[in-house]
Design a protein around this ligand. Structure first.
Ligand SMILES: Cc1cc2nc3c(=O)[nH]c(=O)nc-3n(C[C@H](O)[C@H](O)[C@H](O)COP(=O)(O)O)c2cc1C
Length: 360
């Protein structure tokens, strides 16, 4: 099974950092469903980490059942990054990840995120400082993209440098920064980075593939095509946090049995909502569930009324009633699988389908 430095993972499937989505309630519900090897916080600003402002405090919030947890930092100031890394490890991180792939202007204009693909000397200094600060306690990892532009696929060269500097795992999202989330993931591009990491690390440093894993079959395809040691799943987990459980089953037994029934999928929504209420408050839970219900609805079969009702929900105490009424009205189909992964894969093959994502 996959090991990152001194951290042994229960599976080779990782929950991606997705800014604005993969907070503590989301990570907990996903872990509860099983087979998440490692999960990450959203990307964290080192100033926010050190000052512990309200927003970063929430982004860093964790609990004993939220392990193993990686905290992801972005920035290009070695001293600041080192200090934030120390803070992260003191507050629950068993992996510190450095973001080298974020294409958002707010991040790249500070020469962080994907810009680090263009400045390998600075990038190496940041990695070196973070490893000096926390490398004797936890593994330091990085997540990047294939390059900044299509004609500058710098990731393999950067990967070799990072491994030689002491990075213990690299995650590669198979798109360039310029592409953001457009087009399809480039599996050959991922394979080139996997080879670079394996060569430089003499097979001891794992490389994780990321991008467009929408069903368990996509994960199998990515591993077979690229030779990556594990797969990171992001947007598909927002629709089906049980994708890790089913993917792990497919990878280990060759088949997926016992897919979640409609009743079980609805219970996932109920529990996610309950986690949000108990870990934050009703207002937060209502705001978030109104946004997330469209993603969940894609895995429920026909549920227009429920979707509309949740979008208009004003009282958190009414959620249970809404879900119970929905289940009651569905009748005996509540104990059937509303949409299998096979069916979902067929839907994806139709033209014009895109994964749900606000920041594409
Ligand atoms: C809205 C959004 C926010 C993201 N935030 C982060 C982030 O904070 N850190 C990071 O490394 N990647 C981030 N990503 C990239 C994902 O981790 C992942 O690499 C990418 O979405 C491809 O995987 P997927 O197709 O499984 O979603 C984000 C992606 C999206 C869509």
């Amino acid at each position: 099974m996959l090991r990152i430095g001194n951290v042994q993972l229960a599976s080779n499937l990782l929950l991606a950092p997705i800014a604005g989505y993969c907070d503590l309630p989301m990570r907990l519900i996903t872990r509860q469903l099983g087979s998440v090897g490692l999960a990450f916080t959203d990307l964290l600003c080192p100033h926010g980490v050190i000052k512990q402002n309200r927003r970063t405090k929430w982004l860093m919030a964790t609990s004993p059942d939220d392990q193993p947890l990686g905290m992801q930092l972005y920035g290009n100031d070695p001293k600041l990054m080192a200090e934030a890394a120390r803070w992260s490890v003191d507050h629950g991180a068993v992996v510190v990840d450095i973001n080298m792939g974020c294409p958002v202007d707010k991040v790249t204009k500070t020469f962080a995120g994907a810009m680090m693909l263009c400045t390998p000397d600075v990038t190496t200094r940041v990695v070196d400082a973070v490893i000096s600060a926390v490398g004797d306690r936890v593994p330091v990892t990085a997540k990047t993209r294939l390059g900044y532009e299509a004609d500058e696929l710098t990731a393999p060269a950067l990967a070799r440098r990072l491994v030689n500097t002491g990075i213990q795992c690299l995650t590669i999202h198979g798109r360039t920064a310029a592409l953001r989330f457009k087009g399809s993931v480039d599996l050959d591009g991922i394979a080139a980075v996997v080879d670079a990491v394996h060569d430089a690390g003499h097979g001891r440093v794992p490389c994780i593939g990321s991008g467009d894993v929408r069903t368990p079959f996509d994960a199998t395809r990515m591993i077979e095509h690229t030779g990556c040691d594990g797969v990171m799943i992001g947007r598909a987990a927002l629709e089906a946090p049980w994708i890790f459980r089913d993917t792990h089953q497919l990878l280990t037994t060759g088949a997926i049995t016992n897919e979640l029934t409609l009743r079980e999928r609805v219970e996932v929504i109920r529990q996610h909502f309950d986690h949000m209420r108990s870990l934050r408050d009703d207002r937060f839970a209502l705001t978030i569930i109104r946004q997330r219900i469209s993603a969940y609805a894609k895995q429920l079969g026909p549920c227009r009324q429920l979707r509309h009702a949740i979008r208009k929900l004003a009282d958190a105490n009414a959620m249970d009633g809404l879900l119970d009424t929905f289940l009651y009205n569905v009748g005996s189909a509540v104990d059937a699988v509303p949409l299998t992964w096979e069916q979902r894969a067929k839907q994806w093959n139709q033209p014009g389908r895109a994964l749900a994502c606000k920041r594409a």
